[in-house]
Design a protein around this ligand. Structure first.
Ligand code: CA
Length: 385
């Protein structure tokens, strides 16, 4: 052998080893399952290099911080985990489907999937509201426990089955803020005649308690507040509210977000389309949903903290807690509406029962865990005073 050939020896050896390993793998795969050439591997999972392209419509403006980012993250998780075999193109509201047309578009199969909120569909399915958030309902941690380990997901799947849809939890903002008010709220009397942008069941409750609920799309809230068309608005929490500039158009920022204590977003997939995917890609979709559901909560936890600090330092903003009598009145109004809706709609009654049963259990445990722990922080504050 010449010197030149000796220098090539390591590379040749490596190639030979690689070839032996590859041949051995083919032999093992062949023994364990079948012919690897046509895509069969161990475990009854079919892997082919066929690429699937889906469209995901959303109820948010394209690239909206938080909500829109969650949709993009889901698509990225799926693409990365599938090695590019399932590629999902994300569309903002109104790009191909209106914000509130997402459910119908996915149900009919005109698009494969959507990212939205279940409470938008209360006209079709009143019980769907429980799968986003209801006033004085569960927080994010409790919702995730109910959905994934407490029977909630099975009920949700059952409600969506007639619409040929499979739902997944797809993000959570955590407890929201009660919202921005251009006047002080010192008692229930101050709700009278107050025009507030507050959607869904929160709006029904607010009206029942004496206020006037108004529907204003997210993108128009700033102007509606600025021009006095509305006196108050809720949106999400510090992170999203500061991004909308709501601190520039109202002085009083009230908490807590009784109206949406732990709203879940939803990823909905056309059932026939989902079932036609190879099994491994179905798992990737389901796991990416679980990942983005937690990821969004993590992002909000971090970003809300920072945005709140900014608001605390802003002298034109007054951050306050809603008075107890206002919260009690809102809570009573909510209870009355649940009872009335349950009396009219058996599905609502059934889900309401399951939801409140779970919440009661979670509440008992959280009284001696989360809540008790938060109280120890308050003790710490007291000793500093
Ligand atoms: Ca909200």
């Amino acid at each position: 052998m010449s010197t030149r050939n000796y220098r090539l020896l390591p590379a040749i050896t490596l190639l030979l080893v690689a070839a032996v390993v590859a041949l051995f793998s083919l032999y093992v795969l062949d023994k364990s399952k079948g012919n690897p050439i046509n895509g069969q591997v161990a475990g009854n999972t079919t892997v082919s290099d066929q690429q699937y392209r889906w469209r995901m419509v959303t109820s948010w403006p394209k690239n909206l911080p938080g909500l829109g980012a969650a949709a993009e993250n889901f698509a990225r998780f799926v693409k990365e985990a599938s090695g590019g075999r399932l590629v999902i193109q994300v569309y903002g509201a109104d790009e191909i489907v209106p914000a509130l047309g997402v459910f119908d578009a996915v149900s009919s199969g005109s698009v494969e999937m959507g990212h939205t909120s279940a409470y938008y569909w209360k006209g079709k399915i009143p019980a769907a509201q429980f799968f986003t958030s209801v006033p004085f309902g569960m927080n994010a941690q409790e919702m995730n426990g109910w959905l994934h380990y407490g029977g909630g997901m099975a009920l949700w799947r059952e409600l969506y089955e007639p619409f040929n849809l499979i739902p997944f939890a797809g993000g959570n903002t955590g407890v929201q803020m009660a919202g921005w008010f251009n006047r002080e709220i010192n008692s229930v009397r101050d709700l009278k005649g107050l025009r507030m942008r507050i959607p869904g069941m929160g709006g029904e409750v607010f009206s029942r308690a004496g206020g006037t609920a108004v529907n204003v799309p997210g993108g128009e809230i700033y102007t509606a507040m600025q021009t006095g068309v509305i006196d108050a608005t809720e949106w999400v929490g510090p992170y999203n509210d500061v991004a909308f500039g709501l601190h520039e158009v109202a002085r009083y920022y009230y908490y807590p977000g009784w109206q949406e204590p732990g709203p879940s977003l939803e990823l909905i997939v056309n059932k026939s389309v989902y079932e036609s995917l190879p099994e491994d890609l179905q798992h990737i979709v389901a796991l990416a949903a679980r990942a983005v559901n937690q990821d969004m909560l993590d992002e909000y936890t971090s970003r809300n903290n920072r945005a709140l600090q900014q608001l605390q330092a802003d002298e034109s903003v007054d951050i306050r807690r809603l008075p107890d009598d206002v919260l009690v009145k809102l809570r009573e109004s909510a209870e009355a509406i649940y009872q009335e809706t349950a009396a009219k709609n058996p599905d609502f009654a059934r889900v309401y029962r399951a939801y409140t049963d779970y919440m009661q259990q979670a509440r008992e445990y959280h009284a001696v865990s989360e809540e008790a722990y938060y109280q120890t922080r308050a003790l710490d504050e007291k000793t500093k005073e």
